[in-house]
Design a protein around this ligand. Sequence first.
Ligand code: ZN
Length: 467
Amino acid sequence: MELEKEDALSEWYHKVLKEAKIVDSRYPIKGTLVYRKWGVFVIRSIQRELEKMLETAGHEPTFFPVMIPENILGKETKHIAGFEDEVFWITHAGKNKLDVKLALRPTSETPMYEMFSLWIRSYNDLPFKIHQSCAVYRYETKHTRPLIRGREFLWNEGHSAHTDYGDAEKNISEIKEIYKKLINELLCLPFIIDKRPEWDKFPGAEYTLAFDTIMPDGKVLQIATAHHLGENFSKVFDIKYEDETGKQKFVHQTSYGPSFGRLLAAAILIHGDEKGLVLPPKIAPVQVVIVPIVFKGKTDEIYDYANKIKEKLDALGIRNIIDSRELHAGEKYYHWEMKGVPVRFEAGPRDLKAGKVFVARRDTGEKFALDYDEINNKIFELFKNIEDNLRDTAQEKFEKKFFKAENFNEIDEFTGKGIIESGWCGEKSCADEIEKHSDMIAVEEGKDAACPVCGGFGYRIRVAKTY
Ligand SMILES: [Zn+2]
């Protein structure tokens, strides 16, 4: 199947989600998903690694109620204006109409900062950082897509308070490093950090950074964001601290979050191939599948051998299974390849006799014999080689999806193929013209390209077709 083409890609994606039991989108509420074994496992791995890194960096774990009273959600006016069309409201409890409507959280700045004002007293309490992994709710009116755009989605959100603007900015630098480890090291995905234009920043933020990747169809997917909130929320929620001299000051804040579903979708679509999923070993629910190759009269011997191999892998903490179903070996290969299991071990009479296992790599298709005694020494090296190959291959494809354009002919030519670098004078009316052709995803200082509308110089921009 040709995966660079949008229709084929979409068909492939839905097929993989279903056959690999990642999610089921047939739950009878539009834009919601039922997560199944393969999806839950990968999301849990992402969540576990992220939470570990955040807590090492000083974040406290927390769980907030999913409901937010209307008066709290509406306190920061720009914030609520940005979300009002997307909020789900609870208006009744039993037969009674509620005095104060309750929102299902679209994000947690407002309820969390209501509590920050009770918790933060002195400079000794700062920096203060919390995080939670949870579901959020947004009434999306755009076309929904499983894991990519839904009305309920899973994420982790981090929130912080600092003594000043600079310390808040330092926290954003730390978050960049943590997300880089998550996206690039764990999931082997390439990304670029884009500073969103003013009109596309998070409602209530000073500025928004987005972690964007490029899907095989050339469209950009935002997988995480980080916002510098300045004093915008602390002034509204009255979050003050006493400094060393006894003076009361407002805290400076940041908030940030990756979408677990979008990270999973990017890993599925960027690493996948015509046979199905290709998973990096660290997030694969099964890292090695052992397929016994049985012949008449040799069954017990072969299963004993497969069990010995399994024990070895178990002792190393490697997630593995023996596929003992009564199926042809070819059907088993097809099944586990589709599910993205990184390594297949085949154990047949010849392998047993030679003291070897036959290894097949899912990512490259490479096959080779490995000494049974060498499994312990070689398996982690093999996993690392697979990760490196997935990361390098994805990075190479990513870098080929960048283009430069100086006029609308060029912008139109490259739109939908990746990220286009161009220029912008700084006038909003020119930006509106540009956005008729393609979404402006980043605005940076720099005068090396002219505005395609008026020819003026001011900023360096990136434009792309986005999900
Ligand atoms: Zn212009």
